[in-house]
Design a binder for this molecule. Structure first.
Ligand SMILES: CC(C)(COP(=O)(O)OP(=O)(O)OC[C@H]1O[C@@H](n2cnc3c(N)ncnc32)[C@H](O)[C@@H]1OP(=O)(O)O)[C@@H](O)C(=O)NCCC(=O)NCCS
Length: 160
């Protein structure tokens, strides 16, 4: 395990076996992290984030969970992907607004700089294009891209 700047002590953080965590990472104690998870530099994981096994969170990703965010096993994030399960209050931005859980299904691949918004479920083995903004659910085995993200095509079989 590589530790450089890690903003919380291990005490109270539920983290699995064999983690690789790079420098300047912040992880909230509300988060849970599975086995063989690789977390890149400058990643922030805040709030109720559940990360499964064999997940790769690339440099600069921001996972922010006012409502539950579930990242299933085998998910890969490209650099600077952003998952946020809530908004500010649209009439008073100093207050919390709407929130809804987000789920990213197993073995999915989230492209660099993609943004996944509140209430979205991404089905297993799907791919989200770089820079996409995902506002609606994405079915399993689907490549989706754009703003708002739309299906480009289907994937066949299980990713390895
Ligand atoms: C989504 C992705 C996997 C699709 O790849 P692909 O299946 O080879 O798709 P194509 O390049 O053939 O593009 C198909 C169509 O989708 C569009 N498209 C592809 N990626 C897009 C994206 N990220 N955003 C918007 N549209 C996109 C293309 O413009 C094309 O549109 P057209 O048919 O109107 O010309 C790929 O474009 C991508 O975004 N990969 C992520 C890369 C990344 O973030 N890597 C991280 C490295 S650590």
């Amino acid at each position: 395990m590589r530790w450089k700047t890690f903003s919380y002590s291990m005490k109270g953080l539920r983290i699995g076996k064999n983690p690789s965590i790079r420098k300047s990472v912040e992880i909230s104690k509300q988060a849970t992290i599975g086995d063989n998870v690789n977390i890149g530099e400058n990643v922030k994981i805040k709030g109720k984030v559940s990360i499964g096994n064999n997940v790769f969170v690339n440099d600069g990703c921001y996972l922010f969970a006012p409502a539950q965010v579930t990242i299933e096993d085998g998910v890969t994030f490209g650099p600077f992907a952003f998952v946020v399960s809530g908004d500010h209050n649209l009439y008073n931005t100093r207050q919390d607004g709407a929130k809804a859980p987000v789920k990213i299904g197993k073995n999915s691949y989230i492209g660099a700089h993609a943004i996944i918004l509140k209430g979205v479920t991404i089905g297993e083995n799907s791919t989200i294009g770089a820079g996409s903004v995902v506002t609606h659910n994405i079915a399993p085995f689907t490549v989706a891209a754009g703003n708002p993200a739309k299906e480009i095509r289907k994937l066949k079989g299980i990713k390895k």
